[in-house]
Ligand binder design. Sequence first.
Ligand code: SF4
Length: 248
Amino acid sequence: MKLVFDRPRSMRDKPMHFCPGCSHGIVHRLVAEAVDALGLRERTVAVAPVGCAVFMYEYMDFDVTEAPHGRSPAVATGIKRSRPDLFVFTYQGDGDIGAIGLAEIISAANRGENFSVVFVNNTVYGMTGGQMAPTTLLGQRTTTTPRGREAKTEGHPLRMAELISGLEAPYYVARVAVDSPAHIARARKAILRAFQIQVEEKGFSFVEVLGACPLNWGLSPTEAIKRVQEELIPYYPLEVFKDKSGAE
Ligand code: SF4
């Protein structure tokens, strides 16, 4: 029989702990596929976050280290500078990258560090109970904004890809989503592109992935996908914001 679908070599055969309908499983797979496609498994080091993706080391068949909340870009900088032969990427969530770790990510991007970032934006703090994140949409109810986020008191949702692409040094910045097969195909391409840029030693690459958190949104998996399409994508447009290869 012809094999048409299989687990990427870089993933272990292990059930994931993610809630039904969570996007992390899809993004994990896309990351593993890109590592496989570029033949990087033996020299990959991922920096996992504190958050729902904290157990990445359980699911991946390459080296994964943990960083304190928000500090992944600093840890990745240290690893990559001391061992430039390694392939290094961070895997981060909203609170990690947009709140406590905002200084780290801006500084690393501004220095043009030669590692890659996969940022999963599901507009909420997932693991700690659904508090407002910097990316929470206006009007969105969370455990810390029970009446919905208000611009006047909580500020506006942070568009990280736009923020990073406004800096001089980053080489590649894109936003994708994993709400449909077509968008997943685009996400696969963007992550592969970001990783390729690091392999070519061109500098900092950043992919924001819009995903769903059905548990903390209080929605079913199908309703959560609909919310990504109807609420997240209009505010967070899917684009390649920067790809310096066009200018070379
Ligand atoms: S809490 Fe949200 S982000 Fe975390 S595993 Fe569940 S659905 Fe995924």
